[in-house]
Design a protein around this ligand. Structure first.
Ligand code: ADP
Ligand code: MG
Length: 237
């Protein structure tokens, strides 16, 4: 174990006309390798902003972020893109699947950047789709799938390269409560098996019971950061 993510004095100010919104007002955070963290807080508290900064999708106004020993806040766009492709996976609230590609092709996409040939890409993608219980939608395009199915394709895509860290913004927001627990458990089991650090935003209090740690935001600040001693692992299997 070692430190995987370190954020120091992170601030993000959005400007709309003359108005300024401090979405993040000074965040200091250290996440260990293999840790499963959830970020909670009311709507507008800065959860998505924090996740996007940590994942290198948006630049903070101030502060610095180090992932796996690399200072990502000092990288230029090209280096950052490469770093993300190599080390990070994302599960977005809005899935971000490519509309013209099938479920398999979408899930296989990150492997393209790793120079894996097509047969191997598709095989790996199918395995991930099977893990998520949607193998039977392998040839469907996003418009031919429900929100929940698209979400599971997005999860398959995040895992396919075995990144160092997966960031997820409300990854089960479009699933019914029963499916949510199954998908969550599968995701977290796979993260544990491959030693992937997992950072997820959620507004469902039950889900924090599955995590090692719960970080609560309010008005862009961390108001509590608690280890979960009673993490549920076995009961749900
Ligand atoms: P959460 O995910 O916790 O609901 P966000 O991180 O999306 O919260 O937003 C935090 C605050 O920053 C909110 O007040 C929101 O309105 C503001 N905000 C987020 N993104 C933008 C943006 N692109 N432009 C302006 N304000 C934004
Ligand atoms: Mg959000």
């Amino acid at each position: 174990m070692g430190v995987m993510i370190q954020a120091e004095n992170l601030r993000k100010v959005y400007r709309i006309g003359n108005e300024k919104v401090a979405a993040l007002a000074g965040i200091d955070l250290t996440i260990e390798q293999g840790e499963v963290c959830c970020i909670v807080g009311q709507s507008g508290s800065g959860k998505s902003t924090l996740l996007n900064m940590l994942a290198g999708l948006e630049k903070p106004t101030r502060g610095r972020i180090t992932i796996a020993g690399e200072r990502i806040t000092e990288m230029d766009e090209d280096s950052l893109t490469l770093f993300r492709q190599k080390n990070l996976g994302f599960i977005f609230q809005s899935y971000n699947l490519l509309p013209r590609l099938t479920a398999t092709e979408n899930a296989a996409l990150p492997l393209l950047f790793h120079g894996v040939d097509k047969t191997k890409r598709n095989k790996a993608a199918l395995r991930e789709l099977r893990e998520m219980g949607i193998e039977n939608r392998a040839h469907h395009k996003p418009s031919e799938m429900s929100g929940g199915q698209q979400q599971r394709v997005a999860i398959a895509r995040a895992f396919v390269v075995r990144p160092k860290v997966i960031f997820a913004d409300e990854p089960t927001g479009n699933l019914d409560s029963e499916t949510t627990m199954t998908v969550m458990q599968t995701m977290l089991d796979r993260a544990a098996r491959f030693g992937i650090t997992f950072v997820m935003v959620t507004h469902e209090p039950d889900l924090s019971l599955l995590c090692d740690r719960t970080i609560t935001l309010r008005d862009g600040k961390i108001i509590s950061d608690e280890r979960n001693e009673n993490k549920i692992t076995e009961e749900l299997k």
